[in-house]
Design a protein around this ligand. Structure first.
Ligand code: DX5
Ligand code: ZN
Length: 225
């Protein structure tokens, strides 16, 4: 198992007050966030709608945080350029979103953006085995994507461990993010399994003190599970 490094914290804007989006981004930046996670939903790949490149483009000049864009859309290829132009630093696309994940990840890289592959709870870890040479990150869904505020699926911990081994075996530096139901209680489990990026919506934006919430996720991840 990988050494327990301090995980990066990526608050998900999905749980923020959209009427004050720019202020909410600034607030987590001040509070110590490492990245900003932006959830894009199409009402087709997932049963919900959220935001598009226009909002991301509008927020881009307001923050120095790396923008970690999670595309829950199918098809994905026609929209990669728009999200790259909007200012995405990372683009995660789902291995389940179409038959040509390999080509889609290459498109992301061609646009100068770091590619990540996201994987749903029902999908086995082997599904991403042939694209590990193309990605900088694997985003393991610890809930079924589409909504914030769901319960962490402990069934995914074994998959995180397997993916950590698969990622390390490549000899490349591949981060493993976890997304969904991350709290001060579940973060240590995910980190112990090999995650080093914690995406958190409700457990940051749903709390009164963002700084304390981010610190709790980081330090919880460090205390013995
Ligand atoms: C779910 C999204 C998540 C979501 C996490 O489809 O991908 O990023 O915002 O929300 P919480 O942390 O509330 O589970
Ligand atoms: Zn997400």
């Amino acid at each position: 198992m990988a050494a327990l490094n301090t995980p990066l914290i990526a608050p998900s804007l999905l749980a923020a007050d959209f009427s004050r989006a720019a202020e909410e981004v600034a607030a987590v930046e001040t509070a110590g966030a490492d990245w900003l996670h932006l959830d894009v939903m199409d009402g087709h790949f997932v049963p919900n709608l959220s935001m598009g490149p226009q909002l991301i483009k509008a927020l881009r000049p307001t923050s120095k945080l790396p923008f970690d864009v999670h595309l829950m859309i199918a098809p994905v290829d026609p929209y990669i350029e728009a999200f790259a132009r909007a200012g995405a630093d990372h683009i995660h696309l789902h291995v389940e979103a179409g038959p040509h994940t390999h080509r889609s990840l290459q498109h992301v890289r061609d646009h100068g953006v770091k590619p990540g592959v996201a994987i749903c709870p029902a999908t086995p870890p082997e599904a991403v085995g042939e694209v590990l040479d193309l990605v900088d990150m694997i985003l393991v869904m610890t809930v079924n994507p589409g909504f914030g505020g769901q319960k962490f699926l402990t069934s995914q911990l074994r998959k995180i461990e397997t993916l950590r081994r698969m990622a390390d075996a490549t000899g490349r530096d591949i981060r493993i993010g976890v997304d969904g139901g991350i709290t001060a209680e579940t973060a240590p489990l995910a980190v112990a399994a090999g995650a080093d990026v914690l995406v958190a919506g409700t457990s940051v934006y749903g709390q009164p003190d963002y700084g304390a919430a981010i610190a709790a996720l980081r330090s919880g991840a460090h205390s013995p599970a």
